[in-house]
Design a protein around this ligand. Structure first.
Ligand SMILES: [Cu+2]
Length: 124
């Protein structure tokens, strides 16, 4: 019967329209809410505990912290385990200079976000 295909086409059109009109799916990708050091901050040389707090739980195993120095050298930092699920942190020994922490984190919604925090390390 030609009637059935016509109805199902109409249903499909209605379903598509509903999908198009629906609000975008709620996302929870990680947005940096707070950091130590803050961007532009100065901290004293020595052992520095870097700390990045996000608006979402982070999959630490799939996240990276890279430390870039002014001489363009870079090192991957060991992310601290066992802390709050929205914190990405690392302990690092720093000499005076300008540094950038380049973070890349995986949030619980499966999306990666990344960003930089630049700060200065001064003589103790
Ligand atoms: Cu997302």
């Amino acid at each position: 019967m030609p009637f059935r295909p016509a109805v199902s086409r109409r249903l499909i059109s209605a379903a598509l329209l509903l999908i198009m009109m629906a609000p975008p799916l709620a996302h929870a990708h990680a947005i940096l809410e707070e950091s130590f050091p803050e961007p532009g901050d100065s901290v004293q040389a020595g052992l520095v505990t870097l700390r990045l707090r996000f608006n979402s739980r982070i999959d630490l195993a799939r996240s990276r912290l890279l430390l870039l120095a002014a001489d363009r050298s870079q090192r991957t930092l060991a992310i601290q385990q066992g802390g709050p699920p929205d914190i990405v942190g690392a302990n690092v020994e720093l000499k005076p200079g300008v540094y950038t922490v380049r973070w890349q984190v995986l949030a619980i919604d499966g999306h990666l976000t990344r960003g930089d925090v630049r700060f200065t390390v001064t003589e103790p």
